[in-house]
Write a new protein. Sequence first.
Length: 278
Amino acid sequence: MKNNKHLIALDLDGTLLTDKKQISDRTKKIVLQAMKEGHVVVIATGRPHRASIGYYHELGLQTPMVNFNGALIHHPLDKKWDALHNPMPKRTALGIVDACHQLSVKNILAEVQDNVYIDKYDDEIISIFNQASANTNFTVGNLKTKLNDDPTSLLIHPKESHIIELRNHLDDYHAEMIEHRKWGAPWNIIEIVKKGMNKSVGLKKVAHYYNIPQERIIAFGDEDNDLEMIDYAGVGVAMGNAIDELKKVAKHVTNTNEQDGIGQFLEEYLKINVEKAI
């Protein structure tokens, strides 16, 4: 069983990447060796394409990629691949923007694939986006007038005192249209995508493309946006630094992202030949 071709799905932040946003040498060597031995490796992230393509190339991937927590499933090297882009309706997005304006949130961002619309100019947020991708295309101004397309995602930066009220509003008025998650401290950003979009949607499509059964899907994650993916995968693996809720869903728990958790698990589970990987 373990010698058969597996699909290996890698979340980025807190999972594949160290806290310095790098892929450790050991994990990289083992992932590359897994690919040499015939396994299929894909990135499944909440990040947009522009902020994940560098890691895709670093690993030499030639596979589809899952971005925006499943709202964009595409193949960076094959434009003819049957990509899926599932943005939320602009009308829904602007209704949420209205509620955010009434609550005087700190800021709101809309992403239309790789284009970013920001409600108010903010040096700190722009700096963070540019750290992930220096090629970010920003449009600054009131989203009510600047946003002309259905957004792939909305990012809301609320005042801490408004987080519960805002999430309750999203549940009460938009639950049939959207999914929302909260980033961890220090930002506490609320990220919103179209209803039904999560990483498992992308994983199912990619697994079907490669004809790999569910029991041979290995998925790694650490946060609540990985819950559906880890639950769906036949071999769902929570990082040692993962939230408790994810560890309860996972079939396995490995080391942390700072301790080569992915490399350690793949080496043991797939019996990767480490000598060949060096």
